[in-house]
Design a protein around this ligand. Structure first.
Ligand code: GRG
Length: 345
């Protein structure tokens, strides 16, 4: 039960949603993603054995492949909306590959910044090979993604997806800083969340919509869907950091508090327990802060409030995607918003 291999295993939805039409909406996307990791490895042509092993380390099928799944479903939903086309273009599939590569490069770098030693139930790249080589492996994956992006040969797509890289870096910088004022703190948290997590999903959705349909209204729908789902995905990630166990997550829990970060559940809990303010300000650095903050959060309604906020973002995503012509792929994208809320890893 500890290690997941695909998006359909990321939550117990099959138990929760029993209606027949919900049985397996991802079969559509799964066909497109069948050789995803083999194709990514083909992009990572490295002559040195060690660098190759490091770069291929996370492309082992243990990730949820959440981003590629959204991207291929969005590509098909937009193509059908535009001209009822059942075909997905090669360039759209390349965007799914590039999105997973950018995501993976950012995980490798993130683990260096956080000095993390486990991810997906295995040791991190920095833990095995050391920080310096891990930074270089992340750089290499990012450069291979850039080569694949250039190969698409469309400057609009290049600028949409390079915006993601800028946002990831800016999001990481936002996370390094903090705000004293309580109201500013929430806005800062949401901006960080958009840049670190949602921008990649939003802009990848936008990229495949541009490739599939010339209507700017459709590009905006795709972007808004991805943005709202992406923010909800991170809010639930922040909830799971408090509610799940390390074995199940494949990484330590209360990790955010240990890094000094006040995420949604803490910010909501602080409204009920203002004594948490001092702890937030000192980034949970005093002995016992992490345990005390965790207790406050679990006593408060911070987890429920964050989940409720994620629900609102998912409703907004559903409202946006519902503007497209009906298709099984559109329904799968709607169901995916439910899976984001129900996921337990
Ligand atoms: C090298 C592009 C690049 C960026 C440098 C370090 C950094 C700037 C950004 C960090 C971005 C980051 C790691 C955000 C976290 C996003 C997140 C929710 C990750 C977990 O995603 P899952 O649950 O992971 O989809 P799996 O393991 O399923 O792939």
């Amino acid at each position: 039960r500890c290690h997941h291999t695909s998006i359909s295993q990321m939550c117990s939805c099959s138990k929760t949603i029993s209606d027949e039409k919900y049985q397996d909406p991802f079969q559509l996307g799964r066909k497109d993603l069948k050789n995803l990791y083999e194709d990514i490895k083909k992009e990572l042509l490295v002559s040195t054995a060690e660098l190759r092993e490091m770069c291929e380390y996370y492309f082992d099928g243990k990730g949820k492949a959440f981003r590629p799944m959204i991207v291929v479903l969005m590509a098909r939903a937009c193509n059908i909306h535009h001209n009822n086309s059942r075909e997905m273009q090669a360039s759209q599939r390349s965007v799914a590959i590039i999105a997973e590569m950018i995501h993976t490069a950012s995980l490798v770098h993130d683990d260096v910044i956080d000095d993390a030693n486990s991810r997906r139930g295995k040791m991190t790249v920095n833990q095995i090979w050391g920080e310096r080589k891990a930074v270089l492996a992340g750089d290499f994956i990012l450069s291979a993604a850039s080569v694949a992006l250039a190969r698409i040969g469309n400057t609009t797509i290049i600028s949409v997806l390079t915006q993601v890289i800028e946002d990831l870096v800016r999001g990481e910088f936002l996370q390094l800083g903090s705000k004293e004022n309580e109201n500013e703190r929430f806005a800062h948290y949401l901006e960080k969340t958009f840049k670190k997590t949602a921008s990649l999903i939003a802009n990848s959705c936008k990229a495949v919509s541009i490739l599939g349909c010339p209507d700017p209204k459709v590009h905006e729908i795709a972007y808004q869907y991805g943005k709202n789902v992406g923010i909800a995905f991170q809010l639930i990630d922040d909830v799971l950091d408090f509610t799940s166990c390390a074995d199940h997550l494949g990484k330590p829990t209360a990790a955010d508090l240990k890094l000094g970060l006040a995420t949604g559940p803490v910010l909501f809990a602080c409204r009920q327990f203002p004594e948490m303010n001092a702890m937030i300000m000192r980034r949970f650095s005093k002995p016992g802060d992490v345990e005390r903050a965790r207790k406050y959060v679990l006593q408060s309604d911070g987890v429920q409030q964050t989940t409720y906020l994620a629900q609102r973002y998912c409703h907004e995503a559903t409202r946006e995607i519902s503007k497209l012509r009906p298709s099984p792929e559109r329904e799968a994208l709607i169901q995916l918003t439910e899976m984001v809320l129900l996921r337990d890893k």
